[in-house]
Design a protein around this ligand. Structure first.
Ligand code: NAD
Length: 342
């Protein structure tokens, strides 16, 4: 039987997870829940996704006026599902847990905007798939943390990470977000060091010694990380490249592609005909992969904040429901269904 998935919250992350669920042969989408009708609801309706209202008393007349028929309330949707993926705005996942998932006794996946404690288990498919097996609540870590966990897990497994230091240059807001910024300037965010990203990586990889600093800049396309790590073994550059190549979600950009900046990465997504030009892989510049005599590894990677967590949510569904106990097999299946790595 296919796993029945409900999407509670249908914004930047939720709509992508819903589409990704539809592309798996072992899952079905029960429906999506929205607070109000808008262009995303219009598109979901056109795709034939059953639409449920987060607060029907408030929303019913608005959906009716928009010509979108509702399948019920989000509670109705969640009751029909085996598992919920909560993609509500930051902090609301915790409220939904108390007011809905606990009461209906329904397994739920939370996103990176929630605290680790909301779920008690934080997830990255390559790093700790097995820890999510059979769990009731799991949090898929944020876009930046996902990107860092993927790379640091690969480096740690192959060579041992003694200490990682990361500078994150973060997009000011998503392309459809008019409220965030800055529109002119560079914001140390947070000014207090280290930033929360290091401890967040440790919710998945507790033994990794890591310091992080982050800045926000006026761009919407992607984040950029400069990663420096002292490695216990002293691998050659070729060995590092070979290690990266073992993971399809770590995508090495050869220099002949002439991808010069994040704009080119996104344009490449468009050229490939990727849905919403999504780049779900870490985009790693091969030319920047460097190792010195002391075993210091340096690299640039770009992270598509809107989509890199999507395959991780799919794998998390398989782990929590136990339909696939082998993380490698789940990732292979997800990668194939989403054309990751090609
Ligand atoms: P978003 O604002 O784009 O979408 C949130 C959606 O939830 C909206 O459709 C909103 O109408 C709906 N919603 C509002 N209240 C709700 C409720 N009570 N119940 C259910 N749905 C409700 O937000 P997003 O960017 O998709 O972020 C969702 C989560 O994913 C957050 O935890 C965020 O931190 C995390 N995340 C975001 C990004 C990113 O770059 N956008 C990346 C990784 C993780």
């Amino acid at each position: 039987d296919k796993i029945k998935v409900a999407l509670n919250g249908y914004g930047t992350i939720g709509k992508r997870v819903a589409d990704a669920v539809m592309r798996q042969d072992d899952m079905t989408l029960v429906g999506i829940a929205k607070t109000k009708p808008d262009y995303e609801a219009y598109a979901a309706n056109k795709k034939g996704y059953p639409i449920y209202a987060v607060d029907p008393a408030k929303a019913e007349s608005k959906f009716k006026a928009a010509g979108i028929s509702l399948a019920g309330s989000n509670l109705d949707m969640i009751k029909k599902a085996d598992i919920v993926v909560d993609c509500a705005p930051e902090g609301l996942g915790e409220e939904n847990k108390k007011s809905i998932y606990d009461k209906l006794d329904k397994p739920a996946i939370f996103q990176g905007g929630e605290e680790h404690e909301v779920a008690g288990t934080s997830f990255n498919a390559a790093a700790n798939y097995a820890q999510a097996i059979g769990k009731k609540y799991v949090r898929v870590v944020s876009c930046n943390t996902t990107g860092l966990c993927r790379l640091l897990y690969a480096m740690d497994t192959a060579f041992g990470v003694q200490k990682a230091r990361v500078v994150l240059v973060r997009r000011g807001g998503d392309p459809n977000d008019a409220k965030r910024g800055p529109i002119n300037g560079i914001v140390p965010d947070p000014i207090h060091l280290p930033s929360h990203h290091g401890p967040d990586v440790q919710t998945v990889l507790p033994h990794i010694n890591i310091d992080t600093a982050a800045m926000k800049v006026p761009t919407t396309l992607m984040h950029m990380h400069f990663v420096n790590a002292t490695l216990k073994k002293k691998p050659s550059r070729d060995e590092i490249i070979a290690a990266i190549k073992q993971y399809p979600r770590l995508w090495l950009i050869p220099s002949w592609y002439t991808i010069k900046f994040t704009g080119d990465v996104i344009e490449f997504g468009r050229e490939l005909g990727r849905p919403r030009n999504d780049i779900m892989e870490n985009a790693i510049w091969e030319e920047s992969v460097t190792i010195d005599k002391e075993g210091e590894f340096n690299v640039f990677q770009a992270i598509h904040q809107e989509s890199d967590v999507v395959p991780e949510n799919i794998d998390c569904i398989r782990a929590m429901t136990g339909i696939e106990k082998d993380g490698k097999k789940s990732m292979e299946k997800t990668n194939k269904a989403l054309a990751i790595g090609n």
